[in-house]
Design a protein around this ligand. Sequence first.
Ligand SMILES: [Fe+2]
Ligand SMILES: [Fe+2]
Length: 206
Amino acid sequence: MVLSDDYKNIVKLRFQSQDKLNPDFLDNFYDAILKPDDFKDQIFLPFSLKEILYYLQKSHQEYLNIWFPKIEKISDIILDKEGTNELTLTLKSFLVNYFNELSNHINFEEKVLYNFVNKLTKGIYVESEKMFVLNHFLETHSHAVEDDLISIQKRLIIIDPKIESDKNFKELFNLLNLVHNDLKIHGAIEDEIFIDKIHQEINSQF
Ligand SMILES: [Fe+2]
Ligand SMILES: [Fe+2]
């Protein structure tokens, strides 16, 4: 997989003060997207809670407004070309379900966790919310939203192995892998760095 300049330029905007970034930071970050299993979350440690919240919110907007529509666009080309068959019906129903799953995941996080953190960064701490928000998030935070992007590819290849050499499917799979990797880093930041920073903020400010 290669990261296009388009992708790099878009994800760069998740960082609020780009001029303050360590010179190696973006290269390390792009490497992490290519190999999420090797991601060292410490590279995010220098950021404040507010900057991490900004990064996460920006990513959510991108998933819904940029990356998912791109997946849909290439899928539409495939659906048009292939007509109705088991392969295209499987792809189509995946897209409908996946969009619901992704939006639910994002809505829940924004309404519950990010809203709580946004208030924290403005000096508002509601102690009674803390247990509910943090425990509930940690117990229910699901990684299906990223894993499903890999399992759909396997399902489609089982239905028709020839698609592995088709130009449009290659483009679709490349995009699914890219979003999968990006979401994997996103989830790791939420589970580790973000939660730690929330605790630190509460302990030091309230
Ligand atoms: Fe998220
Ligand atoms: Fe998440």
